[in-house]
Design a protein around this ligand. Structure first.
Ligand code: NDP
Length: 256
């Protein structure tokens, strides 16, 4: 038995994705959701429910990081865990969000990257895309990136518009028709870029609609969602999978 912990958790697509995979692959397992209010109880609950593994969503990823027995891989730098796996008596924590993003864009041929936004997702992506510069509407959250010697801009002082890949990690466009930065700035960026990726899924955001006018190759957050799931499944099953084939299965059920 596997499940996802979150608050809220009813919107999560993970049960749909992973149960469909188990069914298709004739694996006798199931994946549920658990509405956990207190993140500090996450490991206690994991043990009590006698599950083999779990995903962790907002707002419990930091609790999972702090409380699991051992953190492995990039999760150590990110400071957040989205996948927990039982290994003997221990519960091991991993992060597959940012590596899932990289896997989703692996066919892209890019050198320079601009990340728009400076929240949790931007931090995680900047660790797997160390060459990335950061653009945010306000200066406050840029401090973290400055301390890591990253090049940062606000809308007022951006002076470089030449990037191959532009990533929107803000929530602009999620529940509104906003662009993540003024249109003049995006027009300049898109006229030099090759690729635009949004981490939002379930809709085409104004950001991606504008990128398409410049004939850029685009991807939505669905790809990131799918590949974080594929990588989590590798940890759950304790083996490498044929990632493209598994991703196809997940896309099949999510696109319905
Ligand atoms: P945070 O709240 O940590 O950060 C939000 C960032 O967006 C801040 O930098 C904020 O700027 C900026 N922002 C918010 N609204 C606007 C706006 N209207 N215009 C410009 N900038 C704006 O969010 P997260 O990093 O946790 O999540 C961001 C998005 O990523 C969400 O939409 C979430 O759904 C998505 N996501 C998708 C995943 C997937 O698998 N596809 C996985 C994880 C997240 P400021 O600092 O000025 O406030």
């Amino acid at each position: 038995m596997f499940l996802i912990f979150g608050d809220p958790v009813s919107h999560s697509k993970s049960p749909l994705m992973h149960n469909y995979f188990f069914k298709k692959e004739k694996i006798d397992e199931c994946y549920g959701r658990y509405h956990l209010k207190e993140g500090s109880k996450i490991i206690e609950k994991f043990k009590e429910l006698k599950i083999k593994g779990a995903n962790v969503t907002v707002p419990h990823k930091e609790w999972a990081f702090k409380l699991c027995d051992e953190v492995r891989g990039i999760a150590k730098e990110i400071g957040a865990v989205n996948t927990l796996v039982k290994e003997g008596d221990k519960i091991i924590g991993y992060n597959t969000d940012a590596p899932g993003f990289l896997e989703a864009i692996k066919e892209f041929d890019y050198k320079s990257v601009l990340i728009i936004g400076a929240g949790g997702t931007a931090k995680a992506l900047s660790l797997v895309l160390p060459q990335a510069d950061i653009l945010n509407r306000s200066a406050n959250r840029l401090e973290y990136f400055k301390q890591k010697n990253k090049k940062t801009f606000t809308w007022d002082n951006i002076d470089n518009f030449k990037y191959d890949l532009i990533i929107n990690t803000t929530s602009a466009g999620l529940n509104d028709d906003n662009l993540p930065a003024p249109e003049e700035i995006l027009n300049k960026l898109f006229s030099n870029a090759k690729y635009a990726v949004d981490v939002i899924y379930g809709k085409e955001t104004p950001f991606l609609a504008l990128a398409k006018k410049y004939n850029l190759k685009t991807k939505t957050g669905l790809d990131m969602l799918v590949y974080q799931g594929v990588l989590a499944m590798e940890y759950f099953l304790g083996k490498e999978l044929k990632r493209e084939e598994v991703a196809k299965i997940y896309f099949e059920i999510l696109k319905d």
